[in-house]
Design a protein around this ligand. Structure first.
Ligand SMILES: Nc1ncnc2c1ncn2[C@@H]1O[C@H](COP(=O)(O)OP(=O)(O)O)[C@@H](O)[C@H]1O
Ligand SMILES: [Mg+2]
Length: 454
């Protein structure tokens, strides 16, 4: 926003002034030469010096302006995070530390502004100096020429007036110059952003599937967030359309990474993932994600009404559809108690919801989206027992008939899954249904009996 603001300044006011100024200066220069070439040469020498000085100065401040955009983004970003986490900061008595880090940011910004101010001040003061120098000089030379009858008083008068017309835009341009520099620095940064590779590359992801059924297959998938540190090794499994695949394992074992691969948030380093037999890395993301729904542990609700939050994957859904989704996810169970029902505003300027209530809104949203493929990443962790029973029921409504990947700490959530994958250190160590795995008495049995005891 800040970077393009500079461009707006330039186009809105600077450019118009620049064009007018340059035109006036050139016409005046021609008239000056016509009146007295000798005096004009005298005027042009300081102008040329000024030109060199200001070009140098503008070259110096351009990176300073670019740096400023970066610092600005950092400071505001950090500030937003700080405000979001204000309870954690207070809880750990870390205000001083946060204040210090903000102060450091603003200090950096101040030093940057100071640097560019020095440069622009040099330009402005040398412009003023130039003005004084040429007027005094012209008075001297002009007076001398009048005494020698080389110049009439009328010519002298018009020369000084035209001189004013020529110098004024140059002085003005020193202002426009800093606007111009700021705009170019902003354009540099904007260009950097625009040149970033987009996730949905139309030249690679060309395939479109008409009706996605939701048959997801992983074959020998290996993946690492960093080149040399692989997080998943040789993962193969088959999720049939409409089936539920549960992923269990200790934390850090790679469950969320498998879900991220299935959602195409990341792509495998080796091996392939296919959807209905098509290589997922070649399917248009627009096409694939229109049939994808996600419910995550820390779900994203924005400021607005509960209804708006449910509507956002399908803004054109009818009221009946929204209400049906809200009912299926047991959202109406608590909104009925609110004075404004589904029109209640949540977030900063509205009501705060409990974790379970937020989770149910996220589930209603997924029900409304009606996707073929569904990812539930720890959607039931950290909830009180009352909320959990509602969530359990709403999840059942959601999962019906969809290819679902469910990650849960509570094994009760996954008992009914069609297949359970036990992940340890990025490998599938066990695979099968609940009953299979219990009778095997392996890792899953261990996890299950441990949890059943508590
Ligand atoms: N964005 C990331 N960048 C680098 N490493 C990551 C990232 N996300 C997860 N990891 C690493 O990948 C491994 C598996 O993480 P994850 O799939 O989130 O585990 P789980 O969901 O089973 O707890 C962990 O060692 C974790 O540190
Ligand atoms: Mg996880």
């Amino acid at each position: 926003m800040n970077d393009v603001e500079g461009v707006r300044n330039l186009v809105g006011t600077g450019l118009v002034q620049l064009v007018g100024g340059v035109l006036t200066a050139f016409i005046s220069l021609a008239l000056l030469i016509k009146i007295s070439p000798m005096m004009t040469v005298y005027v042009l020498v300081p102008v040329a010096i000024f030109g060199v000085v200001s070009l140098k100065a503008f070259g110096y401040i351009r990176p300073v302006f670019r740096e400023r955009g970066k610092i600005n983004a950092e400071v505001t970003g950090r500030l937003t995070e700080t405000l979001n986490g204000v309870r954690v900061i207070k809880g750990f008595n870390a205000e001083k530390q946060e204040i210090k880090s903000f102060e450091e940011g603003t200090e950096k910004l101040f030093l940057n502004v100071k640097k560019s101010l020095t440069a622009t001040s040099i330009i402005t003061s040398s412009a003023t100096f130039l003005l004084g120098l040429s007027s005094t000089g012209i008075m001297g030379i002009g007076g001398y020429m009048i005494m020698n009858n080389d110049l009439t008083i009328g010519q002298f008068l018009s020369f000084t007036l035209y001189l004013g017309f020529m110098i004024a835009p140059i002085v003005q341009m020193s202002n426009i110059g800093s606007q111009l520099t700021e705009a170019f620095a902003g354009l540099d940064r904007t260009e950097e952003l625009m040149n970033m590779e987009s996730e949905d590359d139309g030249s690679i992801r060309t395939q479109k599937i008409k009706n996605i059924e939701g048959h997801v297959q992983f074959s020998n998938v290996t993946f690492g967030y960093e080149e040399e540190k692989k997080v998943l090794h040789d993962i193969s499994f088959d999720a049939r359309p409409g089936s539920v695949t549960a992923l269990v394992g200790s934390s850090g074992s790679g469950k969320s990474t498998i879900a991220a691969l299935a959602a195409s948030f990341v792509t495998p380093n080796a091996g392939t993932i296919t959807v209905d037999g098509h290589d997922l890395s070649l399917i248009s993301l627009e096409n694939f994600r229109s049939q994808l729904g996600v419910v995550l542990q820390d779900d994203f609700l924005f400021e607005g009404t509960i209804k708006e939050n449910i509507l956002f994957p399908r803004p054109n859904a009818t009221d009946e559809e929204v209400v049906a989704a809200a009912k299926a996810a047991y959202v109406t169970e608590f909104t009925d108690r609110f004075e404004e029902g589904m029109a209640t505003v949540i977030g900063e300027r509205g009501i705060k919801l409990s974790g379970g209530q937020r989770q149910r809104i996220a589930i209603a949203r997924a029900i409304l989206a009606n996707p073929r493929i569904l990812i539930l990443d720890e959607a039931t962790s950290n909830l009180d027992t009352e909320s959990e029973s509602y969530i359990q029921k709403s999840l059942e409504n959601l999962m019906g008939g969809r290819t679902t990947f469910v990650i849960a700490h509570r094994l009760s959530t996954i008992r009914r899954a069609d297949q359970i994958l036990v992940i340890e250190n990025g490998l599938i160590v066990e695979q099968g249904t609940h009953d299979d795995l219990i009778s095997e008495e392996g890792r899953y049995f261990e996890l299950y009996t441990y949890q059943a005891r508590i």
